[in-house]
Write a protein that binds this ligand. Structure first.
Ligand code: SF4
Length: 229
């Protein structure tokens, strides 16, 4: 009885989450999936245990921040810092640190042993995120700190601000936003369905019903309605 109630709590929180602007975690993601997110298209259910794991990730972040707050040579300038408000994207960095010489944006990522052990370099989508933080905070260096959820081992990667990468990311998000505003479903990823994003995509069912290229949202909805009659 307790298990069902706890699962339901997480599932209810997840329901009908409409999106009106991009989050930092959307950077580099499939434009079509983002379109569906903004339009609140039907999505596959996430399992309650996966939603619980997100909460677990928050606790791991707190665990990492605790020693940082007491280390003499490191100063936590701010924690859980929102990026300055602007039109396109919102996000919250885990912390801004200083070692007395440089400022760093810190982004903490937790993962299971299987993924952690194989991690020789930072994931490209995480580098995209830290680059956007560097851009909006105007801080030249960032640290991606990975935590193994099972063993609590750590791996860290340091990056310098890469303006070219950030401009490409923002340009891409602006293009997707234009399609969202004009109700045009973007094409599928070119390596659909083999891309890792497709494997975990909550919209793969609806995506499979739309042609591969760009499609008008209104035409697709009409097609679905007529096939349901
Ligand atoms: S299944 Fe792949 S191509 Fe389709 S929306 Fe999802 S991520 Fe994009």
């Amino acid at each position: 009885m307790l298990k069902e109630s706890i699962d339901q709590y997480y599932l209810d929180r997840q329901k009908d989450r409409e999106q009106h602007h991009f989050y930092i975690t959307d950077a580099g993601k499939c434009g079509r999936a983002l379109f569906f997110k903004f339009k609140n298209a039907p999505r596959g259910d996430m399992k309650a245990n996966i939603l619980r794991l997100f909460d677990h990730g928050d606790h791991i972040h707190q665990l990492i921040m605790k020693p940082l707050l007491s280390i003499r040579d490191i100063h936590v300038v701010a924690s859980e810092v929102n990026i300055p408000p602007q039109e396109i994207i919102s996000g919250r960095a885990d912390a801004i640190l200083s070692d007395g010489k440089n400022m760093y944006v810190l982004d903490i990522k937790s993962m299971n042993s299987m993924i952690f052990d194989k991690l020789a370099e930072a994931k490209p989508e995480n580098i995209d995120q830290i680059q956007l933080y560097l851009h909006y905070f105007k801080i030249p260096k960032g640290i991606l700190l990975y935590v193994n959820k099972n063993s609590l081992e750590l791996k860290e990667f340091v990056y310098n601000y890469d303006k070219k990468r950030v401009l490409a990311l923002l340009n891409n998000l602006n293009e997707i936003k234009k399609k969202i505003d004009s109700d045009i479903i973007p094409g599928r990823l070119t390596d659909y369905p083999g891309n890792w994003q497709c494997r975990y995509c909550q919209f793969k069912d609806v995506c499979s019903k739309v042609d591969g290229g760009e499609v008008k949202w209104a035409d697709f909805k009409k097609k679905v309605e007529s096939s349901g009659k």
